[in-house]
Design a protein around this ligand. Structure first.
Ligand SMILES: CC(C)(COP(=O)(O)OP(=O)(O)OC[C@H]1O[C@@H](n2cnc3c(N)ncnc32)[C@H](O)[C@@H]1OP(=O)(O)O)[C@@H](O)C(=O)NCCC(=O)NCCS
Length: 221
């Protein structure tokens, strides 16, 4: 499995691409990237990775049979820059097909430009319409407002809260556990069966349907 296929998203004068990256290119994530607390504090890690850690991670990802990883690239004026990555981990095909999503933009100068929001839409399309997943899970440490907002916009909803899960910026923080359901009739029926879906799930379904429609019309794959 390892890397996902290329998805390009027009974004004004630039293109955001979700695409594979090489072992050498993966070093972009850590210098300074993940060596800065402002980048990692909501990722539940207290250590700064170095080159060997990054290579180890890369080699593991490349061979993994239950992960899909994309680099997040900015392409502009004939140049391309690797600014982060987004993942589907623990991909399981069983009685239901599921994975857990993640994202990190390792260069803070690119935060707040809508890049995570675009990446979530593209990754969601890939998960549901290419991979046939029924459900994607995620988790956000409370206080990571941008992350929660970006996920909710594509249709993730709250499932439960893990209290006092981590310690960030001097206080104990709860972690919100989220889920995103495949809105197709077939998958919706499989997931809910004879039960009545929650109101939150019904309105989130509309947001996910809109995201998928956008992806079908916009992505260059
Ligand atoms: C969290 C992260 C992925 C967000 O990426 P991003 O590209 O900056 O997010 P977007 O620009 O798409 O913003 C998403 C929403 O959050 C809002 N937002 C952005 N920064 C914000 C901030 N500091 N405070 C409040 N809202 C913020 C945006 O306005 C947008 O909402 P809108 O569409 O209603 O305007 C990025 O900050 C990051 O990689 N952080 C480090 C690693 C991390 O925390 N990963 C997520 C772990 S769950």
């Amino acid at each position: 499995m390892a890397f996902g296929a290329i998805m390009s998203i027009p974004d004004g004068e630039r293109t955001i691409s979700l695409a594979p990256f090489t072992r050498e290119e993966s070093l972009e994530f850590i210098s300074p990237g993940m060596q800065q607390l402002k980048v990692t504090k909501y990722l539940s890690r207290h250590t700064a990775p170095v080159q060997d850690d990054e290579y180890e991670w890369y080699d593991k990802v490349r061979k993994a049979s239950d992960q899909i990883v994309w680099g997040i690239w900015i392409e502009k004026d004939g140049t391309r820059e690797l600014i982060g990555n987004t993942t589907l981990l623990g991909v399981t095909y069983s009685h239901t097909n599921q994975a857990t999503s993640g994202i990190q933009i390792n260069k803070p100068e690119y935060w707040g430009q809508g890049i995570a929001s675009l990446a979530h839409k593209a990754r969601t399309w890939y998960a549901f319409e290419v991979m046939g997943l029924h459900r994607i899970k995620s988790a956000v440490i409370q206080g990571n407002i941008a992350s929660l907002k970006a996920l909710e916009k594509v249709g993730y909803t709250h499932v439960y809260t893990e209290r006092n899960d981590v310690f960030v910026d001097g206080v104990l923080r709860h972690t919100d556990k989220l889920e995103l359901l495949n809105p197709s009739e077939l998958s919706w029926q499989l997931w809910w069966g004879d039960e009545t879906p929650t109101e939150a799930a019904v309105s989130a379904r509309v947001r996910t349907q809109e995201a998928l429609k956008w992806a079908r019309n916009t992505l260059d794959v």
